[in-house]
Design a protein around this ligand. Structure first.
Ligand SMILES: [Zn+2]
Length: 312
């Protein structure tokens, strides 16, 4: 929701592209020097290297004052993996698998573009002025305004996103990777996109496994030792590492859908009065115990139906 100038946007895209190249080339060093090691050894090392590169990238960003764009980083990562697929992996997979994988990548890019510009359920404040609520203040004022509004919007589940400084109906969380809030209007798209990422990465791992078995990769008899072969291995470990956090993340969202609760509500339930249940079962006690309750939970079947009906 922050408006960037075109030159600023292009600059961030270039930085993101360079960061993707740096990350992927750094990851390719693991199979380059540990080609005889199994994937189980390469995976944690790749994860460690990924954290080091991200940490270094953050430090360089602070020192040089250059900014990357998380959605552009995601986009260029997809593009990089797809390039490795076309140049290396593709020759080892069947025609059907080739069509399926290319289709998945195309859908993923369309989905990414769609969620970037989607309306998460932005609430307008003051219909006469027809403007978005945006608090220019921060700190205590912001918190008070937020609490007041959470009362006035009770039932509509309007919550405040600090990243966008905006009020979103049915806010789940702010997603830096997709550069947008995830709210009532784009929650279904978000879940579909998350499933799409998991399926595409799973397909890539399946394709690269076919490539690996053909060229003896992962079992110490690797016949291809070029940079491309190393990239085939490193992009596979990269995809597996993505699956490692995305599968539990999707499971969490399935839980949220089944019990009709949003991530923001789960974390910040003490801010929202409707989630607070005051236990008065023991009148003799001086301090009252506030417990969590979910007034929106109407049973799994009804909750799933409500989720499928989410559009506006
Ligand atoms: Zn946001």
């Amino acid at each position: 929701m922050k408006q960037l100038t075109l030159s600023n946007l292009i600059g961030r895209c270039i930085v993101s592209c360079m960061l993707v190249l740096l990350t992927q080339l750094a990851l390719s060093l693991v199979p380059r020097f540990l080609s005889a090691s199994s994937l189980l050894i390469q995976l944690p090392l790749s994860a460690l290297l990924l954290l080091v590169v991200i940490g270094l990238g953050g430090r360089i960003r602070r020192v040089l004052g250059v900014h990357a764009s998380a959605p552009a980083f995601v986009f260029f990562s997809i593009l990089f993996v797809w390039c490795v697929y076309v140049l290396v992996i593709r020759k080892a997979v069947s025609h059907v698998m080739d069509v399926v994988f290319n289709g998945e990548v195309a859908i993923l890019i369309i989905g990414l573009c769609s969620i970037l510009k989607s309306d998460p359920g932005l609430e307008m404040y003051g219909s006469s002025e027809d403007r978005c609520i945006e608090d220019s203040t921060s700190g205590v004022n912001s918190q008070n305004q937020e609490l007041e509004l959470s009362d006035s919007f009770l039932g509509k589940r309007v919550r405040h996103c600090r990243s966008c400084k905006a009020y979103i109906r049915g806010l789940d969380h702010h997603c830096p990777a997709f550069g947008n809030c995830i709210g009532q209007k784009n929650y279904i798209l978000f879940v579909i996109l998350l499933v799409g990422f998991i399926i595409t990465e799973g397909s890539y791992v399946a394709c690269s496994t076919q490539f690996a078995s053909k060229f003896g990769i992962f079992n110490g008899t690797m016949s291809e030792t070029s940079l491309f072969a190393n990239l085939a291995v490193s992009t596979t470990t990269f995809s597996i590492l993505q699956l490692v956090w995305q599968v539990p993340f999707l499971t969490w969202h399935a839980y949220c859908i089944c019990f009709n609760i949003r991530t923001d509500e789960w974390i910040n339930w003490k801010k929202y009065p409707e989630f607070q249940f005051v236990d008065q079962s023991q009148p003799g006690q001086s301090c009252r115990e506030v417990r969590f309750t979910n007034p929106y939970d109407r049973g799994i079947l009804q909750n799933v139906k409500e989720f499928l009906a989410l559009t506006g």
